[in-house]
Write a protein that binds this ligand. Structure first.
Ligand code: ACO
Length: 325
């Protein structure tokens, strides 16, 4: 029996031009390339130019995804922009993206689940497409975390970077077999008891300021691997797939040690891991689509491949998705 699925038509990404190496950071705060590489796997990150907004980067990534999908912008009727660093408190940065793409129909909104934002966005868009309300969606992750970092705090400022990535999802009938393409399952979780472990100490309602990112790094690390692996196991149970069936593991790029430990615990072979954290740092909601675009561009991810996505972030929020490309 045929089923409706959200099939990925294309993906794209954008990185700001400015590269900031660990060595450059070590001139500003008491840190070293060796410490950062050993603890995180990060060598460099990109930082947005003055005046370069989250929506600007999202538009670049969206245009790249539309070009890869070989479709016109006006065939998109849904834009979900995952970000924790919107241009303004409101309106949603997604409507700026919509306007810059020349789209005047359908709906566009921001979604905030911090580093899990892209997985939450993918799940949301997938549900909205399959409910019959929309036909074709752009799911974008775009972040300017450089604007909410405390550049005097070496425990956080070395970890993050800026960038954007996007995918186009198209509602299509699939045969209802194990060869089906598209989003096969999504699993989302949150637990607000952990909200004080990774947060921004400002906001319109509380301080009327933007605030800075604060994190208990060790506490985040302690929970990350078990939360990630639990939700991935849920995705396996829901589909009947196992680690051996996965062609590519595209995790949120927070820290190479978390990525490797999660893959190891799940039994995913190291050569199936797509990692960009060395070059991008942690770009929060943008990290998964940035990594996807990388692996599609160099022809690692190909049509028909089974791709596992997962993320964990502030809240805590966490989630996983299985997608047949
Ligand atoms: N350079 C040099 N020394 C540093 C730095 C730095 N940039 N940052 C901290 N240190 C020092 C600390 O002050 C501490 O010194 P002390 O022992 O004299 O007190 C020492 O290094 C060890 O600090 P820890 O915090 O214990 O270091 P740890 O090995 O835990 O590594 C890290 C820190 C990298 C943050 C790690 O805890 C981690 O990766 N946590 C997860 C963080 C993360 O991934 N967050 C994002 C996930 S969610 C999301 O994406 C939003």
């Amino acid at each position: 029996m045929s089923v409706l699925r959200s099939v990925v038509l294309g993906c794209g990404s954008y990185l700001p031009a400015r590269v900031v190496t660990n060595h450059e950071l070590a001139k500003a705060v008491e840190t070293s390339d060796e410490w950062i590489v050993q603890r995180t796997g990060i060598h460099e990150r990109r930082i947005a130019a003055t005046g370069e907004l989250t929506s600007d980067m999202a538009v670049h990534a969206a245009k790249a995804a539309l070009a890869a999908a070989k479709i016109e912008a006006d065939s998109i009727d849904l834009i979900v922009l995952a970000t924790s660093t919107p241009d303004q408190t409101f309106p949603a940065s997604a409507v700026s993206v919509q306007a810059q793409l020349g789209i005047h129909h359908g709906a566009a909104f921001d979604l905030q689940a911090v580093c899990s934002g892209f997985v939450f966005g993918l799940a949301t868009a997938d549900s909205m497409l399959r409910s019959g309300s929309f036909k074709r969606a752009l799911v974008i992750g775009s972040e300017t975390f450089s604007r909410i970092l405390d550049w005097n705090d070496r425990t956080t400022c070395v970890l993050f970077g800026d960038g954007a990535g996007a995918v186009v999802l198209d509602l299509q009938e699939q045969p209802g077999t194990r060869e089906d393409r598209g989003v096969l399952t999504t699993h989302l979780r949150s637990d607000g008891r952990h909200k004080g472990k990774l947060y921004v100490d400002g906001g319109p309602s509380s301080t009327q300021t933007v605030g800075h990112l604060r994190m208990e790094g060790r506490e985040v690390f302690r929970h990350a691997v078990s939360m990630i692996t639990d939700v991935v196991v849920d995705a396996f149970k829901a589909t009947g797939y196992s680690a051996a069936d996965i062609d590519w593991f595209v995790p949120h790029q927070a820290n190479r040690r978390i990525i490797d430990a999660s893959a190891h615990k799940l039994g995913i072979a190291p050569e199936k891991i797509v990692a960009t954290v060395d070059r991008h740092g942690n770009t929060s909601a943008a990290s998964i689509p940035l990594a996807l675009a990388d692996a599609v561009a160099d022809r690692r991810i190909k049509r028909g491949d089974l791709v596992l996505l997962e993320a964990m972030g502030g809240g805590f929020t966490w989630g996983a998705a299985l997608v047949r490309w």
